[in-house]
Write a protein that binds this ligand. Structure first.
Ligand SMILES: CC(C)(COP(=O)(O)OP(=O)(O)OC[C@H]1O[C@@H](n2cnc3c(N)ncnc32)[C@H](O)[C@@H]1OP(=O)(O)O)[C@@H](O)C(=O)NCCC(=O)NCCS
Length: 173
């Protein structure tokens, strides 16, 4: 039997969370972005103090997923004011969903997605939403397979480059 475990992160997980966040972000985006922009983004986004604040925020939750006791990826969900766009209190944001390269395409992303749906249902949320880079075709395909549709877009800065994120959403039954 395959053993997949998901567990909620606590403050003690910060060093590992930082490591896996940087690894997965780099692996996902390094081929399509300059090293300078990657470095600038990584230093800002996964700064120790910033992650510390995110882990302490009661409207955010991080989860690690393990396959056969090996850390295989993580999930971050936000509600209320922790959401990175102005959304109502009936929404839950998947801010980060990352599976480490060697564990991809084995159903773990789906597992993390189901966890997010489960949390949203427990909190009586009506909508799950997320932002995804327009060029991240892999993730867009994964989200559409999971029933997400485009509802908007916004721009953001990766280092000095302005990029477009699509906003995708899924209404819960
Ligand atoms: C996107 C990601 C989370 C998907 O996780 P995964 O573990 O590889 O995906 P799964 O194996 O759980 O796939 C779930 C379903 O999506 C489908 N899917 C996954 N990737 C796909 C792709 N590139 N194209 C089409 N379908 C895809 C699978 O076929 C599967 O379908 P099924 O339920 O019919 O079997 C993972 O690839 C990842 O971490 N990518 C890098 C980080 C990233 O881009 N994160 C999102 C940032 S916004």
């Amino acid at each position: 039997m395959t053993s997949i475990i998901i567990r909620k992160c606590s403050m003690e997980d910060l060093p590992i969370l930082q490591e896996v966040s940087i690894e997965t972000f780099s692996d996902t985006f390094k081929d399509q972005n300059s090293p300078e922009n990657m470095k600038a983004y990584l230093e800002k986004a996964y700064d120790t103090k910033k992650l510390d604040m995110e882990l302490s925020n009661t409207s955010s939750q991080f989860f690690f997923i393990y396959l056969k006791e090996e850390l295989a990826g993580y999930l971050k969900v936000n509600t209320d004011d922790a959401q990175s766009e102005e959304m109502d209190d009936e929404s839950l944001e998947i801010e980060r969903i990352y599976v480490r390269s060697k564990f991809q395409k084995q159903g773990l992303g789906k597992f993390l997605m189901n966890k997010a749906i489960e949390i949203a249902a427990e909190l009586n949320k009506k909508v799950i939403w997320l932002g995804v880079w327009e060029k991240n075709q892999n993730a867009i395909a994964f989200y559409s397979k999971n029933g997400f549709v485009k509802t908007g877009s916004h721009s953001f800065y990766m280092g000095d480059e302005e990029q477009v994120d699509y906003i995708l959403a899924k209404t819960l039954e």
